[in-house]
Design a binder for this molecule. Structure first.
Ligand SMILES: Nc1ncnc2c1ncn2[C@@H]1O[C@H](COP(=O)(O)OP(=O)(O)OP(=O)(O)O)[C@@H](O)[C@H]1O
Length: 211
């Protein structure tokens, strides 16, 4: 198996997970049990369902997730937790600051810290894509890494930075953007949306005007 991500995702001890699952499962309360059964059935039958577990702080959501994960790991099933970094899934211990009576802080593990940088994007790209100039045509290298960001404008800025590092000729593809005149009730409505304005729109699920 030569995919680093799959290797890492399978780097758990099945027997240890079995023991952990027995302990956790025996403690589940009724509500946790109902959700647990539903999720396990969904995975077993490959239904591909989404679940949203809601509950006030400290009511056992993480406990439930840990039980589900232990069960799936005991069957050698890959589980990708959103907090894959272990930040926020309970693995990194919470800390309490002086004068506080509840632990609500965590210390970000050393390996996630970028300690010196001139530009954050430059440094993140450097850490994620070492030797990008020479390896940009290496499919395996590209498959194993990605930079995730919740905001489109950050994604655009990172893309723009990385495009400059790509070799070869550049071609720009522009989208055709105009209001369809037949789709408006008012005859001159399309005049209110000049093409120059439409070209600046950056909508989610839509590529930008210039690629
Ligand atoms: N069924 C259970 N039996 C024993 N202990 C439990 C059970 N469910 C939860 N706990 C314990 O209760 C505490 C709070 O649970 P947990 O951290 O899972 O809550 P949470 O809903 O994820 O909280 P938050 O929203 O604040 O992250 C933990 O110490 C957990 O081990």
């Amino acid at each position: 198996m030569d995919n680093r991500l799959i290797r890492e995702a399978l780097a758990f001890d099945m027997n240890q997970s079995k023991i952990e699952h027995q302990q956790l499962h025996s403690l589940l309360n009724l509500e946790q049990c109902l959700i647990y059964e539903d999720v396990i059935q969904s995975v077993r039958n490959q239904k591909g369902q989404f679940y949203f577990v809601y509950g006030p702080g400290g009511t056992g959501k993480t406990f439930l997730y840990k039980t589900i994960i232990a069960r799936l790991h005991s069957e050698r099933i890959i589980v990708l937790t959103v907090a894959y970094s272990a930040v926020g899934d309970g693995t990194v211990p919470e800390k309490m600051k002086e004068g506080e009576d509840e632990a609500t802080w965590i210390e970000i593990p050393e390996r996630f810290l970028i300690k010196s940088w001139e530009s954050p994007i430059k440094q993140i790209v450097k850490e994620t894509y070492p030797n990008f100039t020479t390896r940009q045509r290496d499919d395996e290298y590209l498959k194993e890494r990605a930079i995730l960001t919740p905001r489109n404008d950050d994604a655009d800025a990172i893309n723009a930075y990385m495009f400059k590092k790509l070799g070869g000729d550049f071609i720009t593809y522009n989208s055709v953007v105009e209001v369809c005149k037949d789709s408006t009730d008012t005859l001159d409505q399309h005049n209110q949306y000049p093409v120059e304005f439409l070209n600046t729109l950056n909508l989610s699920d839509m590529p930008p005007h210039a690629l």
